[in-house]
Design a protein around this ligand. Structure first.
Ligand code: PSU
Ligand code: MN
Length: 305
């Protein structure tokens, strides 16, 4: 019933039990401008291969769930302007009606579970938006982490969000939040936030072991690995704070809501930082891809995928 199409490279990896890393496509269609979006997607895939795993970028194209995209499909998706942004609520509807859509963190986790993939790399997860006490805008990504068994490697939650509330919700939902190699949680474009991480791990092997144990204990959901951006690529949070404030005020004045909030804010921050936010975003995604590949390799060695 579910129309899934595996790219040849991914089908081969599944058959041979090789490590695979899932990748999302909303970051391509709604998170970065063309052509940097396509270039980044290709570099991320190459980085995963260089580190011993096979990339599987997810997207729904004309009703078919693709696990792994060809270079042409990636290019087409990166150029398209009217692609839907799919989360848990709308992925099945999109497939039922033959639609085309990019997968967010939540939808990519769902696709990864269907494909038997346990590790996923992205930029930053969605979370609790600032002002959520009046808008109720909380990303479905958080619920997904609580129920779908995929380890998500991100530079934490995006700094446009209310980070404190985001991590409180993750704690309530019982999602393991593990900072990689440092005591504080990262803040997407910046190495560190002022929040202490609930958990810290320093090796991909420990992260893989924790994922497998979590499952063996019958606990639902995945883990969030909060991997800090490399220091030389970061934008200090003091530099970003007023820019984020300005972008948020503009979103408010323009009544931007629901699925449009995150793409609008990322786009404005790109303009206001004259491209620096994009350079940082690219650096952190590549850094996450490398760690995710290492974790996938470790999971394979532990006899799981
Ligand atoms: N990471 C990035 N850029 C992005 C995203 C992640 O570096 O654009 C996307 C992911 O797909 C994530 C989505 O699921 O932003 C969150 O959207 P929302 O806040 O509407 O749930
Ligand atoms: Mn939202």
């Amino acid at each position: 019933m579910i129309n899934i199409q595996y790219a040849p490279e991914v089908a081969d990896a599944k058959e041979k039990n090789l490590p695979i890393v899932a990748l999302e496509s909303t970051i391509i269609t709604h998170g970065m401008p063309y052509p940097q979006n396509v270039e980044t997607a290709q570099r991320v895939e190459a980085c995963i291969r260089d580190n011993g795993a096979v990339p599987a970028t997810m997207a729904v194209i004309e009703g078919v769930l693709h696990v792994g995209l060809t270079a042409q499909q990636l290019e087409k998706l990166g150029k398209a302007t009217q692609v839907a942004k799919l989360s848990r609520a709308d992925i099945a509807a999109c497939m039922a009606t033959g639609g085309t859509g990019a997968t967010t963190v939540a939808a990519t986790m769902i696709a990864a579970r269907l494909a038997g993939i346990s590790v996923f790399a992205t930029g930053g997860i969605g979370g609790v938006h600032r002002g959520a006490e009046t808008t109720f805008d909380i990303s479905a990504d958080l619920q997904e982490l609580a129920q779908t068994p995929v380890t998500v490697v991100a530079a934490g939650a995006k700094a446009i969000l209310d980070l404190n509330k985001t991590y409180e919700v993750l704690e309530t939902l019982g999602v393991p939040v593990i900072a990689y190699g440092q005591n504080n949680l990262p803040a997407f474009w910046s190495v560190s936030s002022d929040l202490a991480a609930p958990l810290r791990m320093d090796t991909a092997a420990d992260i893989a072991k924790a994922h497998i144990l979590h499952r063996e204990m019958g606990l639902p959901g995945g883990q969030l690995i909060a991997n800090p951006i490399p220091v030389d690529a970061q934008i200090p949070s003091e530099t970003l704070a007023p820019i984020i404030e300005q972008a948020l005020a503009e979103a408010d004045a323009k009544n931007i809501s629901a699925k449009d909030v995150t793409p609008f804010l990322l786009g404005r921050i790109y303009e206001l930082t004259e491209g620096r936010s994009l350079a940082a975003n690219i650096a952190l995604v590549l850094n996450n891809a490398r760690l995710a590949a290492e974790i996938a390799v470790e999971m394979c060695e532990l006899g799981k995928k």
